[in-house]
Ligand binder design. Structure first.
Ligand SMILES: *Cc1c(COP(=O)(O)O)cnc(C)c1O
Length: 412
């Protein structure tokens, strides 16, 4: 097991050892690259507290993690190899110990966010279809539920491929097989021959989780080629810890790549999306012109600060797998409590029982109450139909009680 609970001292030791392995202006002659530290006038490097703050120290050292390091693990020789090795370890921890991948079977990198990770997936599959099948862009379509994140239509727009949103059942937020089949047949008639399918490991608005087997079944029935990507940007650090049998991880052969976002449930700093894909696929995103990057570049973003990978690694090691699981269980228990109260108040809502998101039907309480407690509406253009609560450590207890108290007062 790579993932285990470490003490503060142990975490510090590992991170500082990694930083020591990196090259920098102090230890080496570095003539060829622009940066190894942040501007030293503005960001002083000699503050005592930095010795106790491995993340901040990494931020100031500013190691560039450009590229995808799981690909060059053995051969790569880079100025910032020390911290890059921690990123490799992080990718393995997440893919193998949270998402059930066989050992060293997954490539990945820390992306600026879930948006990029999702677009990276679309980019890889689009290039795969173009290269292997000589597909034209208009023959490639991305199938996703209407509750999916807007990064998918964004990605389709950027990549010049077809967006194929599919309606969901209004009550259970699930794609139904008939609806999906009809939608695909229509797209097929319009000339789409190659498909990229998105399975949500929790949508942002509802916490709904797609059924990858149902979706794959429709494509198999129609005998149409598809590649499946799971979007776990919202649910990736909670759903796998709660659900009994995760169909949306690498134990499912249909799932070829996964997005996670550590800056959501894991509460890491922004800039901590994670893109994971089975080995053998990253090269479809290779930019061969990127000759100055050792081992080429396979990512959308190019240069990125290695501190972000370190922050995720540190959070995971702080809690360890058991600790994190029990944190997530607490959120679920609190969400259960909220749902029981809503039930008693006869306010209809949607919730997946393995998630910490509750979407309340609008119209059962004044919109002002939704706004006061900063619930998120499904739309701010016209009438909201749903108001969403995300149960997090900061919303537990008092805040939920205050909200429920106001709902109860309305009833009386
Ligand atoms: C937040 C989110 C994204 C996009 O993530 P960013 O980090 O904001 O780019 C993608 N998918 C889902 C389901 C999300 O909740």
């Amino acid at each position: 097991m790579l993932w285990k609970k470490l003490s503060k001292e142990q975490i510090k030791e590992r991170v500082f050892a990694a930083l020591n392995e990196n090259r920098n202006y102090d230890s080496d002659y570095i003539l060829g690259i622009p940066g190894s530290y942040l501007d030293t006038e503005q960001f002083y490097r000699d503050a005592d507290f930095l010795k106790e703050a491995p993340y901040l120290q990494t931020l100031i050292n500013n190691p560039n993690h450009i590229g995808c390091h799981t690909l060059t693990e053995e051969k790569g020789e880079d100025l910032f190899r020390g911290t890059q090795k921690l990123e490799i370890e992080l990718i393995r921890m997440v893919s193998e110990e949270i998402l059930n991948a066989p050992e060293k079977s997954v490539d990945g990198y820390v992306a600026p966010g879930g948006t990029e990770a999702n677009i990276q997936a679309l980019w890889i599959y689009r290039n795969y279809y173009r290269k292997q099948f000589r597909a034209k862009n208009h023959e490639i379509g991305v199938v996703y539920s209407e509750d999916s994140h807007y990064s998918f239509p964004k990605g389709c727009n950027l990549l010049g491929i077809q967006a194929i949103p599919v309606k969901v059942n209004e009550n259970n937020r699930q794609i139904e097989a008939d609806t999906l089949e009809q939608r695909i047949c229509d797209a097929h008639v319009q000339g789409v021959k190659y498909f990229i399918v998105i399975a949500n490991m929790s949508t942002t608005m509802f916490g709904s989780v797609d059924d990858p087997q149902l979706m794959a079944g429709v494509f198999k029935k129609l005998d149409l080629p598809f590649k499946m990507h799971a979007d776990g940007a919202f649910g990736g650090f909670i759903y796998p810890f709660i659900t009994r049998q995760n169909q949306l991880d690498f134990s499912n052969p249909h799932i070829n790549s996964i997005t996670l976002d550590a800056h959501k449930m894991l509460m890491a700093p922004y800039g901590t999306g994670i893109f994971l894909v089975r080995k053998g696929w990253m090269h479809f995103a290779a930019t061969e012109e990127a000759q100055y990057v050792q081992g080429l570049d396979y990512t959308l973003c190019g240069s990125r600060n290695g501190a972000q990978a370190i922050s995720i690694w540190m959070i995971l090691q702080t809690y360890g797998p058991q600790g994190w699981k029990s944190n997530m269980r607490e959120l679920i228990t609190e969400t259960d409590r909220l749902c029981t109260a809503l039930h008693e108040l006869q306010i209809p809502f949607f919730r997946n029982s393995d998630m910490n998101i509750v979407s309340l039907r609008a119209g059962y309480f004044p919109d002002e109450l939704g706004l006061k407690y900063r619930l998120v509406a499904d739309t701010y253009q016209g009438n909201a139909r749903w108001w969403k609560i995300v149960v997090m450590p900061h919303t537990k207890g008092e805040v939920i009680d205050a909200f429920l108290g106001e709902l109860k007062n309305l009833k009386n």
